[in-house]
Design a protein around this ligand. Structure first.
Ligand SMILES: NC(=O)c1ccc[n+]([C@@H]2O[C@H](COP(=O)([O-])OP(=O)(O)OC[C@H]3O[C@@H](n4cnc5c(N)ncnc54)[C@H](O)[C@@H]3O)[C@@H](O)[C@H]2O)c1
Length: 373
């Protein structure tokens, strides 16, 4: 379909699905034709914004002959069923992180894609964040020499612990979206805690940055909370080429706001990345200025007094536009996405190995890692 615009639909229109819908309605490679959410009012509202059709059942989206590609942004436990049905209906798919909640589902998704020949991208936005992407380019050009260690974190910065599982209570209180976020507190629908929720970003980025080295060994310390979900995880990954990575993902520290950072250390240089604390604007306000509506993830009103750093371009700086355009170009030009469902599966495998390490207090050899929680 060279030169053609890809006709898109978004399934799941919450925090991140609404960002995808906006970009699908905006970028030149896409024409948004339909949106879908189990909450019909939500679907209707988004459809009205972009002047497109709405559905509350994803099967109706898959039945449409005018949909080429589906972006899947529902709660985690639904990714596999929707992706497999979409692929069997001949749709190209982009699947939000985490890929799914079990390795068996990951394998079924990958097999379905292989059989159908559609394009499938694992949506890990960090790989497309302009800053993170630039860091990879510098690494690939040898600008840092040989990379020996990478540290990557995404911390929610709400300070919640114990009574505030994943720190989401405070986010929900502020956004008024407690019901929307509630699935994240459910081990079945979420599939894991902070490590699967935010640590998976870091793991995929590190794997992508380092050129897909073989993970050899994983060790983790997990901070439990009351709902069998970890509120924090500190994970060491050793790759078979000797390189080491450290991932921390936490709702229990980083008071002061969302914290998305990476440090890349090579034999000849270093890169520091910081998406939320170095945003190009720093404000001092005695009064505070509340939620100025420019971040889906970062600011809560109490954090805008004294020194603060408003987020001015999150929908772009986090890579949402670039990952979508990459996917659409792959569909249009019949090329292969640079971040694949296999990368999502590998990420899940590392997360599950970290859960095993956290449970047993022993490092886990990846060749021997079990596949369940
Ligand atoms: N890449 C990122 O930065 C990023 C950020 C947030 C979330 N995510 C991922 O995106 C997915 C959605 O997370 P969220 O924070 O947007 O969640 P959310 O709770 O804000 O939104 C999920 C939406 O899916 C809808 N939904 C539930 N079941 C559905 C179904 N069967 N069919 C259609 N719609 C259905 C819900 O009504 C809700 O509107 C998750 O997998 C999450 O891990 C990624």
């Amino acid at each position: 379909m060279a030169g053609k615009v890809v006709k898109t639909a978004v399934v799941g229109l919450g925090t991140v699905g609404s960002i995808h819908a906006q970009w699908c309605a905006t970028v030149p490679e896409s024409r948004l034709v339909a949106v879908c959410d189990a909450d019909e009012r939500r679907a209707q509202e988004v459809a009205r914004t972009y002047g497109v059709d709405f559905h509350s059942d994803y099967e109706a989206v898959l039945d449409r002959s005018d949909v080429d590609a589906v972006i899947i942004a529902t709660p985690n436990h639904l990714h596999a069923d929707i992706a497999i049905a979409a692929v069997r209906a001949g749709k190209h798919i982009a699947v939000e992180k985490p890929l799914c909640t079990t390795l068996e589902d990951a394998e079924t998704m990958i097999a379905a894609v292989r059989e159908s020949g559609v394009k499938a991208q694992y949506f890990e936005n960090l790989c497309f964040s302009p800053a993170y992407h630039t860091a990879k380019e510098i690494v690939d050009r040898g600008g840092l020499g040989n990379i020996v260690f990478v540290r990557c974190c995404e911390n929610s910065g709400t300070g919640g612990f114990g009574d505030t599982v994943l720190g989401l209570e405070s986010v929900a209180r502020v956004s008024g979206e407690a019901a929307v976020m509630s699935w994240l507190r459910d081990p079945v629908r979420a599939g894991g805690g902070m490590l699967l929720t935010t640590g998976c970003h870091s793991i995929t980025y590190i794997y992508h940055l380092l050129g897909r080295p073989k993970p050899e060994r994983v060790y983790a310390e997990l901070v439990p909370d009351g709902a069998r979900l970890e509120a924090a995880a500190y994970v060491t990954i050793r790759f078979s080429d000797g390189r080491v990575a450290w991932v921390d993902s936490s709702a229990t520290h980083a008071l002061g706001g969302f914290d998305d950072r990476a440090e890349i250390y090579g034999t000849r240089g270093t890169v520091f990345l910081d998406l939320y604390r170095s945003t190009g604007i720093k404000v001092f306000s005695q009064e505070g200025y509340g939620d100025i509506g420019q971040s889906a993830f970062a600011l809560i009103p109490s954090e805008t007094t004294n020194w603060s750093h408003p987020i001015v371009d999150e929908r772009w700086s986090l890579g949402y536009e670039a990952e979508l355009r990459h996917f659409l170009c792959c569909v249009r030009d019949d090329s292969d996405p640079s971040v694949t469902l296999d990368d999502g599966k590998l990420t899940l495998k590392i997360v599950l190995a970290a859960y095993e390490a956290g449970r047993t207090h022993k490092s886990v050899e990846m060749s021997e890692a079990s596949t369940g929680r």
